[in-house]
Every structure is written in C-alpha cells, then in structure tokens.
Design a binder for this molecule. Structure first.
Ligand code: PEP
Ligand code: MN
Length: 349
C-alpha cells in the first residue's frame, strides 16, 4: 500500500464525505492535490442511518473519480458495501476501496465483498464495526485473507455509543492498539472526521492518532462544507485541512527505540484516557444529583450510601486482584471531589 502514498507522514486520504457533483469533486480534488494529499476519497453509495437523506450519487459519480485520476494524478478511493459496488468500482478503475463501519458489522456482506475481490491486489481498508466488537473487526480481516485479498489496511473511526460524549463516535484507543497488535503488518489509519462529528475536534484526535504511531489519516474535506449533502459539520475546506495537517507533530521513529516499551506505554495511555473520560462522566452525574438534592433539600453526605458503594467497589476489585486499601484511597478522593462539587451547587443562590 506504501506506493499509493508519498513519503510524507502521516499518509493522507482526504476528500468529501459524498461525491455530489462533478464540479464539487474536481474543485475539492484539485485543491487537495495542491496541499499534498495522495489519495482522494469520496463516497459514491452512502449508508445513511435514516431514510430520506442523500444516499449517494451512485454509479454516475464513478467517471468523476476517473477525472480526478486524470486531472490530478491522485489515487481514488470509495466505499463498497456489496458485490455489485465492487464490480462497478473495478470496472471504473477505482484504485482503493474501504469497507464502512455499518458493513464491517455484517459478516454476510463482508463475505460477499471478500469473494467478489478474491485473489486481487486492490487495497481494501477495513473500518471498525459500529459497535465495539473486536471479533467482528478481526473477523472481517480474516474473511478477506481467506479469499486471498492481499492488500489490506485498517481504519479506526470510533464506535457508536449511547453515552453522552464529546465526540460523535467514541475513540476506544485500547481497541485500536489491540488491533494493531493483532495485525502489526497492516497499515493503520485513523478517521478523525467520523470520530469527531465536528471540525472542532479533528486536530486533537489526529494528534492522538499520530502519538499512538498510526500510519495515516482519512479526513473529510469539501470545497463548500456548509452546503455538503452529508456530514456537513465535520468537513474541512481543503485549506483548513492543510493548516490542520501542518500543525500536527509527527513522532519520529528514533533508532534504538524500544518498541515493546512504547507499545505498553501506548496501552497505558489509552486506559488513562478512558479513566479520565469515566471520571468526567461520573462527575456529570454527581452534579445532576447535586441539583436534585438542592431542589428537594436533601443532605449531601449520605454516609450509608458511600459505605455501600465502597463495599461494592472492594468486592469487585478483589475479583480482579486489586488491593482493597488502594481502592478505598481512590474512592475517598473521588467521593470528596464529588461532595465538594455538590456543595458548590447547594451553596449557589
Ligand atoms: C464515510 O466514510 O463517509 C462513512 C460513511 O464512514 P463510516 O462507515 O465510518 O460511518
Ligand atoms: Mn461521512
């Protein structure tokens, strides 16, 4: 897959969520080419969550991708979700394919696509499934390999969640690292656009992905994001994308680096991320409780409740071999911070 990208790190795949018109595709592609993007993406068939939304331009858009190849020299890449998409793409000379999150979740479709690509060298990037199931993600790679589809890569685009989080899809970096450990030979990309859901968070997510040693980024870019027919809020203009990429720090692979230690540190960092996110979520709930208590004039400290919570944590901790005193110390700190926050709420006029 290396030959599809120039030498600059990170490898960049960029382009609109959807191909909408020939003019939009070509205007965006020309600008991206000027900023050093190697592979142009554009969705031709769009798997939309709700009916009645723009579901992609369909095969009519494939000649536009051919124009991009001819006019800019960039490679082109689109999403396939069944065997007839694959056939249309191969006939049209599309260089690279990706499997969307909703498709990776469906083994019937992955099998169908894998069979339709059997024995080919066309690069296929497999996004994570919508739900945080490493088995499905791994299973998709296995299905392609079983059909001798040789040129594979992986994309982490985050997992959908019912929890209220900053982003559209939760980046479970631990899972990404685990996939990387399972398939160390496969190029690994991050799609910060679908993770973020908003242009606001794309830089921080991209930096995180690079810090974890990912090879490339797939970022959505549209010449007029505000008019985009899908994912308008997360698409950057080509020049904003160039600015963002220029602001990223690429971690040098220093000779003599200890890969094993780096790998373990990356895992620790990912767990710490989850810890911070969970603490923030806990604090949000605690504030909600604070407001509830205030309205009903209920005392903040309910010691029986805390004892009960501590007992449950110690019992659960023991099943994981965690020291009871350690948990007591941590929960006391969490409880103190939470009570202080509720006190603040109660004392507000
Ligand atoms: C996309 O890349 O436009 C897309 C639909 O992505 P995902 O499958 O990650 O939702
Ligand atoms: Mn999109």
């Amino acid at each position: 897959m290396k030959e599809y990208f120039n030498d600059i790190r990170p490898w960049l795949i960029a382009g609109p969520c959807s191909a909408e018109s020939e003019e939009q595709v070509l205007t965006t592609a020309r600008a991206l080419k000027d900023f050093g993007v190697s592979v142009f993406r554009a969705g031709i068939w769009k798997p939309r969550t709700h009916p009645g939304c723009f579901e992609g331009i369909g095969e009519k858009g494939l000649p536009w991708l051919r124009e991009v190849q001819e006019q800019t020299g960039m490679k082109v890449c689109t999403e396939v979700a069944n065997a007839s998409h694959v056939k249309a793409c191969l006939d049209a000379g599309v260089d690279m394919l990706w499997i969307g999150a909703r498709t990776t979740s469906n083994p019937f479709l992955v099998q169908e696509i894998a069979e339709s690509l059997s024995g080919t060298d066309v690069p296929v990037l497999v996004k994570n499934p919508v739900n945080a199931d490493l088995g499905l993600w791994t299973g998709a790679i296995e299905r392609f390999r079983a059909q001798d589809v040789r040129n594979l890569g992986i994309i982490h685009r985050g997992f959908s969640t019912f929890d209220k989080i900053r982003y559209r899809n939760a980046p479970h970096w631990r899972y990404a690292i685990e996939m990387r450990t399972r398939f160390p030979e496969l190029p690994f990309f991050c799609d910060p656009s679908h993770m973020a859901g908003s242009t606001e968070f794309i830089a921080e997510i991209s930096q995180r992905a690079l810090d974890l040693g990912m090879d490339g980024l797939m970022i959505e870019s549209h010449c007029r994001p505000q008019c985009a027919l899908s994912d308008a809020s997360q698409q950057l203009t080509p020049s904003a994308l160039a600015g963002l990429v220029g602001s990223l720090t690429v971690r040098e692979q220093v000779a003599g680096n200890d890969d094993a230690l780096d790998g373990m540190r990356a895992r620790i960092d990912a767990v710490d991320d989850d810890l911070v996110r969970l603490l923030a979520e806990r604090m949000d709930i605690s504030r909600e409780i604070g407001n509830y208590k205030k309205e009903r004039n209920i005392a903040i400290i309910q010691s029986a409740r805390f004892e009960e919570l501590l007992g449950a944590a110690k019992k659960l901790g023991a099943t994981y071999g965690l020291d009871g005193d350690f948990l007591v110390r941590i929960f006391n700190m969490i409880h103190d911070a939470s009570a202080a926050e509720q006190n603040k709420i109660i004392s507000e006029k």
